[in-house]
Design a protein. Structure first.
Length: 181
């Protein structure tokens, strides 16, 4: 049975601890994660907050959602939002949803969601036009990054050591040794 966007939003608001997503008309509950996943997510958030201009950007971690043209809604593990997009939603009692492309969207790999994230969510983030998309692998200690190019395509880079500097976020440096310490 297909679920409408209105039903999804109602369910997500009424059961926020359910961590509900909507994929192709079907409700999907985002599962709880391992300590490796959660530690990596936490360290990403800390690194981003330390390097961001907080007058221009905010960080979300397992909260709010992004909407795709297909009508799907996902809750990325971590993402960066321009402050103006947040301010536009303040005072609205509805679900926090971002439609515009974002500067950075991150999924952290886990055994339970890794294939789904790679085959579905990361592909759809590229279709959304997000500027930079990462798949962070806490067990392999790598970051796979896709960066949007002027022609609309994406350049893919695998980081195995050193530092990663997100394209659209000046001042942010993610040191892989620190991230995976």
């Amino acid at each position: 049975m297909s679920v409408s966007e209105e039903t999804y939003q109602r369910v997500a608001l009424e059961d926020p601890s359910g961590r509900w997503e909507l994929h192709c008309g079907r409700l999907r509950q985002k599962p709880l994660m391992s300590a490796d996943h959660n530690q990596t997510e936490f360290r990403l958030v800390v690194s981003l907050v330390q390097g961001l201009d907080l007058q221009r950007f905010q960080v979300r971690s397992d909260s709010g959602s992004v909407r795709l043209a297909s009508g799907s809604y996902y809750i990325p593990d971590v993402y960066v939002v321009p402050v103006g997009l947040v301010q536009a939603q303040l005072g609205n009692p509805g679900l926090e949803v971002f439609v515009a492309p974002l500067p950075l969207v991150i999924e952290v790999w886990s055994p339970s969601t890794g294939a789904y994230d790679l085959e579905t969510k990361l592909r759809e983030y590229r279709e959304r036009g997000d500027i930079e998309i990462w798949l962070v692998h806490p067990l392999e200690h790598t970051i796979m990054a896709w960066v949007r190019q002027p022609n609309g395509g994406y350049a893919e880079t695998l980081y195995i050591d050193g530092a990663v500097r997100p394209t659209a976020l000046p001042g942010v440096v993610i040191d892989l040794a620190e991230l995976f310490k």
